[in-house]
Design a protein. Sequence first.
Length: 213
Amino acid sequence: MGQKVNPIIFRLETVKNSPEWKSSWFADKKKYPQFLMEDKSIRDLLQKKLYSAGIVDTRIERSVKKIKLILIVSRPGLVIGRGGKELETTKKEIQKLLVKTSGKINIEIQVEEFKHSDLSAKLVAEKIAYQLTKRMPYRRVVLSAMEKSMSSGAKGIKIILSGRINGAEISRREKFSQGKVPLSTIRSNIDYFENPSLTRSGYIGVKVYLCLG
Protein backbone atom coordinates (compact mmCIF):
# COMPACT_ATOMS: atom_id res chain seq x y z
CA MET A 1 0.00 0.00 0.00
CA GLY A 2 2.89 2.36 0.71
CA GLN A 3 4.00 2.21 -2.94
CA LYS A 4 0.55 3.05 -4.33
CA VAL A 5 -0.18 6.17 -2.28
CA ASN A 6 1.67 9.48 -1.95
CA PRO A 7 4.02 8.77 1.02
CA ILE A 8 3.59 12.24 2.56
CA ILE A 9 -0.23 12.08 2.65
CA PHE A 10 -0.07 8.45 3.83
CA ARG A 11 1.88 9.49 6.97
CA LEU A 12 0.58 13.02 7.57
CA GLU A 13 -1.25 12.35 10.84
CA THR A 14 1.17 9.71 12.18
CA VAL A 15 4.70 11.09 11.80
CA LYS A 16 5.42 13.93 14.25
CA ASN A 17 8.26 15.39 12.18
CA SER A 18 6.34 15.24 8.91
CA PRO A 19 5.61 18.47 6.98
CA GLU A 20 2.62 20.49 8.19
CA TRP A 21 -0.53 20.88 6.14
CA LYS A 22 0.19 22.81 2.95
CA SER A 23 -2.89 24.98 3.48
CA SER A 24 -4.58 25.71 6.81
CA TRP A 25 -7.94 27.49 6.55
CA PHE A 26 -11.67 26.86 6.76
CA ALA A 27 -14.32 27.74 4.16
CA ASP A 28 -17.94 26.91 3.39
CA LYS A 29 -19.17 25.09 0.28
CA LYS A 30 -19.30 28.28 -1.82
CA LYS A 31 -15.82 29.62 -1.04
CA TYR A 32 -13.94 26.31 -0.78
CA PRO A 33 -13.35 25.85 -4.55
CA GLN A 34 -12.42 29.54 -4.87
CA PHE A 35 -9.80 29.31 -2.09
CA LEU A 36 -8.51 26.03 -3.51
CA MET A 37 -7.91 27.53 -6.97
CA GLU A 38 -6.36 30.65 -5.42
CA ASP A 39 -3.90 28.51 -3.47
CA LYS A 40 -2.92 26.63 -6.62
CA SER A 41 -2.45 29.84 -8.64
CA ILE A 42 -0.33 31.36 -5.82
CA ARG A 43 1.90 28.27 -5.72
CA ASP A 44 2.28 28.22 -9.51
CA LEU A 45 3.22 31.91 -9.57
CA LEU A 46 5.79 31.51 -6.77
CA GLN A 47 7.28 28.39 -8.38
CA LYS A 48 7.86 30.22 -11.68
CA LYS A 49 9.10 33.47 -10.16
CA LEU A 50 11.30 32.03 -7.40
CA TYR A 51 12.51 28.85 -9.12
CA SER A 52 16.17 29.89 -8.80
CA ALA A 53 15.73 30.41 -5.02
CA GLY A 54 15.02 26.69 -4.55
CA ILE A 55 11.51 26.55 -3.08
CA VAL A 56 11.16 23.54 -0.78
CA ASP A 57 7.63 24.21 0.49
CA THR A 58 4.89 26.86 0.39
CA ARG A 59 2.42 26.97 3.28
CA ILE A 60 -0.69 29.14 3.17
CA GLU A 61 -2.63 30.35 6.21
CA ARG A 62 -5.84 32.35 5.81
CA SER A 63 -7.85 34.59 8.12
CA VAL A 64 -10.40 37.36 7.50
CA LYS A 65 -8.95 39.64 4.77
CA LYS A 66 -5.44 38.31 5.37
CA ILE A 67 -3.21 35.65 3.80
CA LYS A 68 0.05 34.53 5.38
CA LEU A 69 2.56 32.76 3.13
CA ILE A 70 5.42 30.78 4.69
CA LEU A 71 8.12 30.18 2.08
CA ILE A 72 10.79 27.59 2.89
CA VAL A 73 13.66 28.13 0.45
CA SER A 74 17.33 27.18 0.18
CA ARG A 75 18.40 30.71 -0.89
CA PRO A 76 16.37 33.28 1.05
CA GLY A 77 18.48 36.22 -0.19
CA LEU A 78 17.04 35.83 -3.70
CA VAL A 79 13.49 35.98 -2.33
CA ILE A 80 14.02 39.04 -0.09
CA GLY A 81 16.36 41.07 -2.33
CA ARG A 82 18.13 44.29 -1.37
CA GLY A 83 16.13 46.09 1.28
CA GLY A 84 13.20 43.74 0.73
CA LYS A 85 12.48 44.98 -2.83
CA GLU A 86 11.92 41.50 -4.29
CA LEU A 87 9.58 40.64 -1.43
CA GLU A 88 7.44 43.71 -2.12
CA THR A 89 7.21 42.95 -5.85
CA THR A 90 6.04 39.39 -5.14
CA LYS A 91 3.39 40.75 -2.75
CA LYS A 92 2.10 43.11 -5.46
CA GLU A 93 1.97 40.32 -8.05
CA ILE A 94 0.00 38.08 -5.68
CA GLN A 95 -2.39 40.95 -4.88
CA LYS A 96 -3.03 41.49 -8.61
CA LEU A 97 -3.71 37.78 -8.94
CA LEU A 98 -6.31 37.80 -6.15
CA VAL A 99 -8.06 41.12 -6.90
CA LYS A 100 -10.68 39.55 -9.20
CA THR A 101 -11.77 36.87 -6.74
CA SER A 102 -11.03 38.14 -3.20
CA GLY A 103 -10.64 41.90 -3.74
CA LYS A 104 -8.09 43.85 -1.74
CA ILE A 105 -6.45 41.58 0.77
CA ASN A 106 -3.52 41.92 3.15
CA ILE A 107 -0.63 39.59 2.29
CA GLU A 108 2.15 38.67 4.70
CA ILE A 109 5.19 36.68 3.51
CA GLN A 110 7.50 34.89 5.93
CA VAL A 111 10.74 33.45 4.52
CA GLU A 112 12.51 30.54 6.21
CA GLU A 113 15.87 29.07 5.21
CA PHE A 114 16.27 25.38 4.38
CA LYS A 115 19.95 24.71 5.05
CA HIS A 116 20.41 21.18 3.67
CA SER A 117 19.28 21.22 0.03
CA ASP A 118 20.27 17.56 -0.44
CA LEU A 119 17.69 16.52 2.19
CA SER A 120 14.73 17.82 0.17
CA ALA A 121 13.16 15.41 -2.31
CA LYS A 122 11.79 18.35 -4.32
CA LEU A 123 15.18 20.00 -4.82
CA VAL A 124 16.88 16.67 -5.61
CA ALA A 125 14.22 15.79 -8.21
CA GLU A 126 14.37 19.24 -9.83
CA LYS A 127 18.17 19.08 -10.01
CA ILE A 128 18.11 15.63 -11.64
CA ALA A 129 15.42 16.72 -14.13
CA TYR A 130 17.43 19.83 -15.07
CA GLN A 131 20.65 17.83 -15.59
CA LEU A 132 18.81 15.30 -17.77
CA THR A 133 17.58 18.11 -20.03
CA LYS A 134 21.26 19.14 -20.44
CA ARG A 135 21.92 15.60 -21.81
CA MET A 136 24.21 14.57 -18.97
CA PRO A 137 24.73 10.79 -18.36
CA TYR A 138 21.75 9.68 -16.28
CA ARG A 139 23.65 7.14 -14.17
CA ARG A 140 26.26 9.69 -13.13
CA VAL A 141 23.54 12.25 -12.32
CA VAL A 142 21.51 9.84 -10.18
CA LEU A 143 24.46 8.29 -8.34
CA SER A 144 25.98 11.68 -7.47
CA ALA A 145 22.60 12.90 -6.14
CA MET A 146 22.25 9.76 -4.01
CA GLU A 147 25.77 10.10 -2.59
CA LYS A 148 25.22 13.76 -1.66
CA SER A 149 21.92 12.98 0.10
CA MET A 150 23.41 10.07 2.05
CA SER A 151 26.44 12.12 3.09
CA SER A 152 24.10 14.92 4.28
CA GLY A 153 22.44 12.55 6.75
CA ALA A 154 19.62 10.76 4.92
CA LYS A 155 18.86 7.22 6.12
CA GLY A 156 18.01 6.06 2.61
CA ILE A 157 17.08 7.25 -0.87
CA LYS A 158 15.29 5.72 -3.84
CA ILE A 159 15.14 7.30 -7.30
CA ILE A 160 12.96 6.01 -10.16
CA LEU A 161 13.37 7.12 -13.78
CA SER A 162 10.73 6.20 -16.34
CA GLY A 163 10.47 7.12 -20.02
CA ARG A 164 12.86 7.34 -22.95
CA ILE A 165 15.98 7.17 -20.80
CA ASN A 166 19.19 8.12 -22.62
CA GLY A 167 17.21 8.70 -25.84
CA ALA A 168 16.15 5.04 -26.21
CA GLU A 169 13.44 4.21 -28.76
CA ILE A 170 11.49 2.09 -26.27
CA SER A 171 10.61 3.61 -22.90
CA ARG A 172 11.69 1.78 -19.77
CA ARG A 173 11.84 2.11 -16.00
CA GLU A 174 14.98 2.05 -13.85
CA LYS A 175 15.32 2.07 -10.06
CA PHE A 176 18.29 3.22 -8.00
CA SER A 177 18.46 2.97 -4.21
CA GLN A 178 20.82 3.31 -1.27
CA GLY A 179 20.14 2.69 2.42
CA LYS A 180 16.66 1.88 3.74
CA VAL A 181 13.41 3.38 2.42
CA PRO A 182 10.57 1.58 4.30
CA LEU A 183 7.47 2.64 2.36
CA SER A 184 5.11 0.27 4.19
CA THR A 185 6.12 1.54 7.66
CA ILE A 186 3.91 4.48 8.62
CA ARG A 187 6.22 5.71 11.41
CA SER A 188 9.13 6.37 9.04
CA ASN A 189 9.55 9.99 7.90
CA ILE A 190 9.53 9.87 4.09
CA ASP A 191 9.91 12.91 1.83
CA TYR A 192 8.64 12.41 -1.72
CA PHE A 193 8.46 14.40 -4.93
CA GLU A 194 7.97 13.68 -8.62
CA ASN A 195 9.07 15.97 -11.43
CA PRO A 196 9.10 15.66 -15.24
CA SER A 197 12.22 16.14 -17.32
CA LEU A 198 11.33 17.36 -20.84
CA THR A 199 14.33 16.16 -22.85
CA ARG A 200 14.79 16.38 -26.63
CA SER A 201 14.03 12.69 -27.09
CA GLY A 202 10.89 12.78 -24.93
CA TYR A 203 9.40 12.88 -21.45
CA ILE A 204 11.29 11.32 -18.52
CA GLY A 205 9.57 11.08 -15.15
CA VAL A 206 11.72 11.49 -12.03
CA LYS A 207 10.51 10.19 -8.63
CA VAL A 208 12.55 10.70 -5.46
CA TYR A 209 11.90 9.00 -2.10
CA LEU A 210 14.00 10.25 0.84
CA CYS A 211 13.99 8.54 4.23
CA LEU A 212 14.83 11.11 6.93
CA GLY A 213 14.62 8.74 9.92
